[in-house]
Design a protein around this ligand. Sequence first.
Ligand SMILES: Cc1cc2nc3c(=O)[nH]c(=O)nc-3n(C[C@H](O)[C@H](O)[C@H](O)COP(=O)(O)OP(=O)(O)OC[C@H]3O[C@@H](n4cnc5c(N)ncnc54)[C@H](O)[C@@H]3O)c2cc1C
Ligand code: FES
Ligand code: FES
Length: 1421
Amino acid sequence: MSSSTTARSDELIFFVNGRKIIEKNADPERMLLSYLRKRLHLTGTKYGCGTGGCGACTVMISTYEPFSKKIQHCSANACLIPICCLYGAAVTTVEGIGSVKSRIHPVQERIAKCHGSQCGFCTPGMVMSIYALLRNHPEPTMEQISEALAGNLCRCTGYRPIIDACKTFCKDLDCCKIRENENCCLDLKENLLLSEKGKEICTKLFATDEFQPWDSTQELIFPPKLLLMAKEQRKRTLVFYGERTTWISPVSLKELLELKAKYPKAPLVVGNTSVGPEIKCKGVFHPVIISPIRVLELNFLNFTSNGLTLGAACSLSLVKDILTSTVSEIPEEKTKVFRALLQQLKTLGGQQIRNIASLGGNIIKQHTTSDLNPILAVSNSLLNLASLAGGTRQISLNEHFSSGFGKAILKPEEILVSLSIPYSKTGEFVAAFRQAQRRENALSIVNAGMRLILDPGTDIIMDFGIFYGNVASTTVCAKKSCQALIGRCWNEQMLEEACKLLLEEVSIPGSAPGGKVEYKRTLIVSFFFKFYLEVLQGLKLMYPHRYCDTIEKRKSIPDVFHNKIPQSSQIYQAVDPEQLSQDPVGRPLMHLAGIKHATGEAIYCDDIRAVEEELFLAIVTSSRPHAKIISIDLSDALKLPGVIDVITVQDIPGTNEFCCINEPESVFANHKVICVGQIICAVVADTDVHAKRAAVKVKITYEALEPVILTIEEAIKNNSFYDPERKLEQGNVDEAFETVDQILEGEIHIGGQEHFYMETQSVLVVPKGEDKEMDVYVSSQHPTFTQELVASVLNVPSSRIMCHVKRVGGGFGGKVTKPAILAAVTAVAANKTGRVVRCILDRGDDMLITGGRHPFLGKYRVGFMNDGRIMALDVRYYSNGGCTADESIVIMETALLRMDNAYMIPNLRCWGKVCKTNLPSNTAFRGFGFPQSALVTESWITDVAIKTGLSPEKIREINMYKKGNQTHYKQDLDPNNLVKCWNECMEKSSYYIRKTAVDKFNKQNYWKKKGIAIIPLKYSIGFEAMFLNQAAALVHIYMDGSVLVTHGGVELGQGIHTKIMQVASRELKIPTSFIHICETSTVTVPNTRPTAASIGTDINGMAVKNACQTLLKRLQPIMDKNPEGTWKDWVTGAFRQSISLSATGFFRGYDTNMNWDKGEGRPFEYFVYGAACSEVEIDCLTGDHKNIRTDIIMDVGCSLNPAVDIGQIEGAFVQGLGLYTMEELKYSPEGVLYTRGPDQYKIPAVCDIPEQFSVSLLSSSQNPNAIYSSKAVGEPALFLGCSVFFAIKDAVAAARQERGITGTFTFHSPSTAERIRMACVDQFTKMIPWDEPESYVPWAVPVDQSLLSQQIPQEQERFQYAMDPQTDLKRVLSAATPPNTLIIFPEGQERSSLKQEQVCQTLLTLWAGVCDMGPAHGLDE
Ligand SMILES: Cc1cc2nc3c(=O)[nH]c(=O)nc-3n(C[C@H](O)[C@H](O)[C@H](O)COP(=O)(O)OP(=O)(O)OC[C@H]3O[C@@H](n4cnc5c(N)ncnc54)[C@H](O)[C@@H]3O)c2cc1C
Ligand code: FES
Ligand code: FES
């Protein structure tokens, strides 16, 4: 069936924002997001990923539920909702709840006024998630807020202000309820206020009394017409025919079965959360789709005497709600399966996904990854199936998964009608486990369901089941292992045997997709060990006398970390009481576009309305890392409907080559490709859908070229580098190494990072039809570079290209050079076709093509004295630059210049080389090399601490810059504020008290550990070349007194326009309401420098100040003559006297310089200082970690706008936390980036924010070098995210020490759950099989040259030596050891019966000795 049939589509009737929509040609392939944006021009709903992972497209869907006879409101991802499933639904978008033109909604107002938006691209999605929450829970709890926001990502704010906005709707504000050693969060602010008394300290960034009240009764009602339709209209099958696909929506089970029999290959689409991403990302095509959402027989729930039966189309949210109320109503012993399911459901996807994803879909489609299947299988849940020919049948998931791999659950014509979940029985133990890259909204790496029945009154295993997910192509049953254990006692011997059996039965090959093989193997046994302890704990409750010691040990079992809504404080200095009330400088003004962000009225590039005959461009990229292009066959692509042309290098009228700095690059690949993702050609078509369909039809034949270099290691081997190599040196390093007490060597790898700006790269090119003029609307941090590149490919003067940037939905460095290349391609297409052309990259293409932060390798040699003074340092940095130079050399230069961080090392040598590889070219990213080079620094500082036996903070203090010191490139600096930040951070974080508490905690807990770290920061500001620091502005005063300010800085979300307006307001002495900033354009301000390096406000502020002063000077005589006049009077007076009311302003730039030959200079204008202290807890068995608390002190001079500055600090910190602890890019051995969306690449979400998060701006700080004594703030705090990394390392070190492994250890960044777990070496990591590196092709290659898989086995060996001589030692240290343990020593065969504590202590001492002494010394008494 298809559109070619003569049958007519049904009308699709639904409502959007109270307006009835009748769509006569509903296309089943059309998603709500594109319908809203393109058809209804409701562009408030944003595209962030298209696969349900980011929440930018969140809307509220309201439906009348025939089963409950209630109206339901739920948040949902518009990118995954086919419009055809909206029949009878009411959609509410951000535009529907409030608007600047009418009335803004309290949610919109509060998000904006609480400073919850920066770039604003995620904001409409956030608003809609909160709005939907309030529709269901007008006074939500903190837990509900946390759940509601779990599916929304924000790359700018760090979430804190968004959470603060949500909290204003809570009835009772919960507090952190932490009163262990110190105050709870509610005391925090008060105490700070007290301690700072007299210093005019502020802790409020917004005033709640300004907020409109929230009245839940005033909201849009469900359209009565839809209610009538739902209640009265006889339901009938609906059919929608699209261009290629037919959608059939039956209303009865009978009809559904008939359809399934007729179209056995057609998917049953309920939530489309599985089918949708497959269509989008894997190109799967379905000519027919059957939608069972209106079939009542699949939408029901029923309690029976055996358990609960749920219709297969029930949403996961509904299932969660039902289970939640059931577990609170019926006895616990009956609900163990329900509880285990609930535990998984809480973190499965985000709220939006759970609201639409169906239970049936999860079971049937997610057979590998489902978090529910292992529990459903182990609990003997039954699937009730039906088909037209076969009638009904029931299968047990247990039997299904036990019977072998890969078998489909259903026959092709069969459907799942419902699922029956049994009640648990008395004495039954059931548990669920999962570990993911991120705690929420992330598919698990491994999950498991376990169930045990013991012979009543004994610990003998009667019935036992274990199922694992994500370890093979389907859920796996450990059947043989469980059977072998039946009849065994639940004790230590069983544990060891069980682990061996499990590892044998559930074997994962070295090359398994998804990688992390050793980690997955470890999780298999670690999860089992957790279950083992949980059962012992249960037995202890049942038989307290028999298991008397387990309570103590239980303390140590790591619980699942639950997310708490963070408590936070923000502290800054108030403005001088003498300051005029109209003067906004220094006050926490809301982001200029904050309200528009929240109402969805802020216009981004892709929100610009399409014009008639506009074309869409889709890029065709290389699928090979290094190859000759033999041929490009366009014939199939050109045949497709809607395709206009394919643009190739031959269509360029100007030049294909360009230079970012000095190495030539090309816009289109010509003859040869040098990475996967390089642009080869581009299709232009009438719609984005047609262009993308055609792009995949372009056939390119290649001839492979050698070598293919992907990793730093391979680049070193092949001597493949970009020139020049850079080096800085001070003192006499070689001589110093001769005189030091100790020398250590080490290395650390730092993985790359994806910018993940929420707005993907976007450009719209409008040929103006005369003089070869073109308007280029682009999401760019560097409009001038875009202008120049477009002019050069078109061979026209730059004066013909007008580049406009209204705002950018996040840049972080990723939109400095890359947008120009896309703009050039798009401009060539516009030039060739003479039509407007739009190019909006898909998230996957964006991640593939545009590169990110450079992975780094740092190798160091450090010489130091036993008292902690570091005397000599030799460090080599290698970065993976990718296939073109881009800005890599400058990034490496900055990395070297900033590598000292806060320390003065008298004899220092550092080298930097950029590797030329066949990866997409890496580029600028917030921090510009510093976050990598300084992490290496903090790493060797930590190593020196371990070697000297001093604390890391002592080593930091001893070596910190002192008054009179110079940097390693001979620039003077005054470290006064560095020391102040450090001391204040120590004090505010109660560092020493908490460190003692951490040590105490660690002594009491074996399987969970805490760690704490405090890190100082010195960040240098300015470009080393003076001309890069210049800026210009143009200010017009109109006759009505209104002022238009334009300057060279781009609004990226960092609040530059807000701060610039504050500057203009102060200079012109007029209220901000008189001032407007419209866009950044090459028309108004030419030759702009990139808005980067944190100095946007510094330099453009100076230029605006200059222009305003010129104007004020001109107005002054008129003002003097009429001092009582108004601003408008003076302006009119000036006009009448023919005084120009327009002025340009200019700032020449900082007087910076750097001589690389001499290694000396003054490359920076000034320094920003700071410090952060973070505390974490890790789960040694899974590698999970929880961020407990972070305190940051930052010196931002006299803040121009404390709300904006604190927002930048928090946002940067959280981005740094992502870099150092969770974000991982994965490449295949063929150089293909796997991680191309939020489903695979995890940036921090709400669950990752420290539970206590405080930011203080250093008071009384002055900075004569920048405008109004302020300091740059955008980048520095990103590095402070590494305080979390080092806190984790501290916790890992505590675990290792307890296991007898002392000394320095290599710990690469990011400190993912995998790395944490594998570094906490224990009997389980030792037990797993390790593959010989040469024996398999790994799924992913370590482009930062990670040696994880080679490093761990050495440690295992060492550990094995300490452990092996006595198996019973394991028992002593495992968490469930009987009170009196028999110790059998290997050599003397002596026996002694000691108290467990004594044994532990003795053995630990001996153990430490063994480890230090080496294998010649065995253990003896
Ligand atoms: C961002 C995101 C995060 C996620 N996170 C997790 C997670 O953490 N853990 C996890 O387990 N899952 C996760 N998922 C997967 C999600 O749970 C499943 O995609 C979802 O449950 C599938 O349900 P659906 O209704 O959307 O399926 P659809 O996409 O509508 O259909 C799925 C498939 O199942 C078949 N099917 C559906 N119902 C029936 C039926 N009644 N009879 C026969 N066949 C049927 C269809 O034929 C179709 O092929 C995530 C998904 C996304 C998009
Ligand atoms: S765009 Fe829909 S979730 Fe990202
Ligand atoms: S404000 Fe959230 S992504 Fe920019």
